[in-house]
Design a protein around this ligand. Structure first.
Ligand code: G3I
Length: 302
């Protein structure tokens, strides 16, 4: 293939990017988007603060804009994200107990229902595990409603949209030896054993000097896949955009049969949440970087 999306498709996979609705009128941006990618993740537009800014008042305008842009051009959409401790609207931030549990489940139900049939996979729950050496859940208002909040969210999403793939998504879960990785692994193993409807695990893969790519990444992906879930690289960016590191990430995904797609977290360096790290595949002027060539070659050679 001559583009990221076409080359990934030849390997039975997708290649996606995060998209911001506010940039869909930038033709330099949409030219690359429409040419290179066949999966789209709304960067912020499906988050709780965007979709339910006031309790019970849902707002889908910019998310629908992205979904329509993508689907009318044959791209698929990953939904991000239904339940998260961060980017909660003000009304939710201060809720607790059964009222919060009910509000969270209603949010999952309403949003998954709105996008039913339009989203191939949902990040149902995002970033629920703590950093550091505990391997435990992150403390949050959602966690304080009871340890079963994650499986409750998955069951609500499954009821609202039975065909979407339902994913757990997190960062710093790349290194197989880290406690956080093992904590997520144990949760997924438990969910599969008890029939909680989980289909996939997303590895954000924001690699930088503090949390670098490590060679046991492939072991991490294959170990999770062996639990009976798909694995996806959901928010890839690499500080400095080393071509060799990008190549390794792609090769690791291609080596794992159930690694069915890669998403980079933005198109041009200027689109990145970490723009100063120049972590993406395109320069701010839209030209291809050496990392782009390495990714394309890895997709075509693997
Ligand atoms: O749109 C407003 C703008 O009107 C306002 O003037 C400006 C002032 O701060 O803020 C703008 O909103 C910002 C938004 O990005 C759009 O640029 C928010 O403040 C800012 O918090 C938000 O950051 C996003 C971040 O998630 C929030 O948690 C990033 O774009 C987004 O890339 C980032 O994505 C997360 C994933 O969802 C989960 N994994 C980690 C990843 C990186 O942090």
């Amino acid at each position: 293939g001559t583009t990221l999306g076409a080359s990934a498709a030849e390997k039975g996979r997708y290649f996606g990017t995060a998209v911001a609705a506010s940039k869909l009128n930038d033709s330099a941006y949409t030219t690359i988007l429409n040419r290179e990618f066949n999966m789209v993740t709304p960067e912020n537009e499906m988050k709780i603060d965007a979709t339910e800014p006031q309790q019970g008042r849902f707002s889908y305008g910019s998310a629908d804009q992205i979904v329509n842009h993508a689907r009318s051009r044959g791209m698929s959409v990953r939904g991000h994200t239904l339940a998260w401790h961060s980017q909660q609207p003000g009304w939710m931030q201060n809720m607790s107990g059964s009222a919060l549990r009910q509000a969270m489940l209603n949010h999952v139900t309403q949003v998954a229902t709105h996008f039913r049939g339009q989203v191939v996979a949902w990040d149902v729950v995002n970033e629920a595990f703590a950093d550091g050496s505990s391997g435990a859940r992150r403390d949050s208002n959602l966690q304080r409603t009871g340890n079963d909040w994650i499986e409750a969210a998955f069951r609500a999403a499954d009821a609202a949209d039975p065909t979407a793939k339902l994913c757990y998504n997190d960062y710093n879960t790349d290194n197989w030896t880290h406690a956080k990785t093992q904590g997520v692994y144990n949760m997924v193993r438990d969910f599969k054993a008890r029939g909680v409807p989980i289909d996939c695990v997303g590895f954000q893969s924001h690699f930088n000097n503090d949390s670098p790519y490590v060679s046991n990444y492939r072991t991490t992906l294959s170990s999770f896949a062996a639990l009976g879930v798909d694995v996806q690289i959901t928010e890839l960016d690499i500080q400095g955009a080393s071509a060799a590191t990008y190549r390794s990430v792609v090769e690791d995904c291609l080596a794992v049969a159930r690694c069915n797609g890669i998403t980079v977290w933005g198109i041009r360096d200027s689109d990145s949440w970490r723009a100063s790290q120049t972590p993406l595949l395109f320069n701010s002027n839209g030209s291809k970087k050496p990392a782009y060539d390495a990714v394309l070659a890895a997709l075509n050679n693997g």
